[in-house]
Design a protein around this ligand. Structure first.
Ligand code: GDP
Length: 202
């Protein structure tokens, strides 16, 4: 499939600790969020076909920052801090939550959120928190069930269906869900199609 945006052009732009220090709020962006270890860096690297791109977000001191990647034409990908990291003290977590909520709710150029969850542990408590913030902010939401290669086809498919059914039961059937594997190189086209829609809409 051909896509209107070449994601391999992504370049690190800047990091920000809070909304006030984000780059100018012009153009359009899509953010990536997920628990630590959900496979966010691997997905970003696979998407941008750059082995080291998301390593920037993992360097000590940057893990709790919002990291921006420029795609050109006033479009950006945004890597949000991985959450659920047990070693972080409660006070830091609270600040973090507040910064994250504020970014999601007040960032005008933000069009959508990709929420990454390990296919073996979907829809944990904090994932729901993110889903509700996204809903409140009226953003597009796309759920990525990562590391799909860890499950055989049957169990993978039934997890996907179960997640879809759970969302529908909560009245959230409009959100899209897919399986993805950075290792198996599957799901990339579907992810790009979601991003294309968010980043090219007027
Ligand atoms: P992050 O903390 O969300 O950025 O997660 P990483 O991308 O660093 O991945 C966490 C761990 O999961 C690493 O050991 C990765 O090698 C592994 N991982 C990430 N994506 C995949 C995948 O698609 N398949 C498999 N089998 N492992 C993966």
């Amino acid at each position: 499939m051909t896509h209107p945006i070449d994601y391999s052009h992504a370049r690190f732009l800047q990091s920000a600790p809070d909304l006030a220090r984000c780059p100018p709020d012009d153009g359009v962006e899509v953010a990536f969020a997920g628990r630590s270890n959900a496979g966010k860096s691997s997905a970003l690297n696979a998407l941008t076909r750059q082995n080291k791109l998301a390593r920037i977000s993992k360097t000590p001191g940057r893990t709790q920052l919002i990291n921006f990647f420029d795609l050109g034409d006033q479009r950006r990908l945004v890597d949000l801090p991985g959450y659920g990291y047990a070693k972080v003290p409660a006070t830091v977590k609270r600040d973090w939550d507040q910064n994250l909520a504020e970014y999601l709710q007040r960032r005008r150029s933000l069009r959508g959120l990709v929420l990454l969850m390990d296919i073996r542990h979907p829809l944990r408590e904090y994932d729901w928190q993110m889903i509700h913030w996204t809903l409140e902010a009226d953003l597009a939401l796309h759920l990525l069930l990562t590391k799909a290669d860890k499950l055989k086809y049957g169990p993978g498919k039934s997890t996907l269906l179960k997640v879809q059914q759970t969302l529908e039961a909560e009245g959230l059937g409009g959100f899209s869900v897919q399986t993805f594997s950075a290792v198996g190189k599957t799901g990339g086209d579907t992810l790009e199609s979601f991003l294309d829609r968010c980043l090219t809409a007027e």
